[in-house]
Design a binder for this molecule. Structure first.
Ligand code: CMP
Length: 138
């Protein structure tokens, strides 16, 4: 089991001014920030990141939304990082997310759900490598 996961604070949360509160909650929940950057994805880059969802009906909407504004990308470290982070952010659909989770607190809809969290150790590595070079993380 790896001790790292990858997250993005999505354009909705950035525009709504929730980035600081979300990072605070992540840190207070015991995650160490290994790497962090603010950036903006092109539609092409968003499409590449979400390649696994290419055949899904929401792929176009997802890549358009994810390239619609600034994001924060980060690699996080904690024991059992992937599973614990998914617990912290809550269900993909904020309407189904538990009380106190990041999506319950800050997300607006299934598509615009404030944060991304890797779903496996393997994807955490792939996604972290997508945004950060070896020189940018420790
Ligand atoms: P994320 O964890 O970033 O991974 C894939 C994203 O696709 C997911 O969060 C949602 O924001 C989005 N998504 C999943 N299902 C739908 C849907 N039915 N309609 C729109 N977006 C969706």
């Amino acid at each position: 089991m790896s001790n790292r996961t990858f997250t993005m604070i999505k354009p909705d949360a950035m525009k709504n001014g929730h980035a600081g509160a979300i990072l605070d909650k992540i840190i207070k929940s015991g995650f160490k920030i290994v790497a962090l950057k603010q950036t903006k994805l092109s539609t092409e880059k968003a499409g590449e990141f979400y390649e696994v969802h290419k055949e899904r009906p929401f792929y176009g909407e997802l890549t358009k939304f994810m390239s619609s504004g600034l994001i924060i990308a980060a690699i996080l470290e904690k024991e059992n990082a992937v599973a614990d982070f998914r617990t912290l952010i809550g269900a993909t659909d904020p309407a189904k997310a538990d009380e106190g989770t990041i999506r319950k607190l800050f997300a607006t809809s299934l598509g615009e759900n404030a944060v991304h969290g890797s779903d496996s150790d393997e994807n955490a590595k792939i996604e972290g490598d997508f945004f950060f070079s070896g020189l940018e993380r420790f």
